[in-house]
Design a protein around this ligand. Sequence first.
Ligand code: MG
Ligand code: MG
Length: 265
Amino acid sequence: MNLFKRNMIIYKTPEEIEIMREAALVVSRTLGKVAEEIKIGVTPKYLDKMAEDYIRSQKAIPGFLGLYGCPSTLLISVNEQVVHGLPTDKPLEDGDVVSVDCGAIVDGFYGDHAYTFEIGNVKPEVSKLLQVTKECLYLGIEQCNTSNRIEDIGFAIQQHAEKHGYGVVRDLVGHGLGRSLHEDPQVPNYGRRGRGKKIQNGLTIAIEPMINMGTEKVLQLDDKWTIVTADGLPSAHFEHNVAVVDGKALILSTFDFIEKALAEK
Ligand code: MG
Ligand code: MG
């Protein structure tokens, strides 16, 4: 990583934001394909291969594969796994909740977003965790405008999650996005109102609440990738890519492909 770039936000031109939208939409469509295929008995490795083939068919490049030594196109985190789960051969089971995170590069710019899927019959309290985490994402996005500062995003996410008694992961955060997967600023899912850098037009970030049913504390497994909850309770993760245009949040990614596929199942 380029250390001299720390604390330097790279604002994007409208043309660059259009390319980022293309990259985000490759990911959105890939997650739509995942939504079509994901079910009881399917293996994370199968989904990973399918996603890689699809991204390449779109003349894009898998964004995670090889980055920081990442061995896969998707990061697939099941139940108590929060994020960064590596795809395995273990078939998905009835009642699992599965976060699928995907990156793609188009003309040098990254898209990066995630959705947590329900497999078969999920316990109502776990389903509720997913619903509230998705609400957190959109509440955070609403705060991403030029009247606000970066921590206003996390403040909104934290308030909503904690109102439901959930733990807001502190050790991993959202981030600036562009020609690098992780740019400044960091976008924590917690914060104080009115703190942090002022939000300006041209800001491009990934907002990604990671919300735990129990403790906010997380651990890393020996594979040096998978992050799990310290208490073994489930976790949820939803992520969108957002640009600030005309003072407001413009969501570059979409869950429409996912939701259409799930509705047709
Ligand atoms: Mg991601
Ligand atoms: Mg991200």
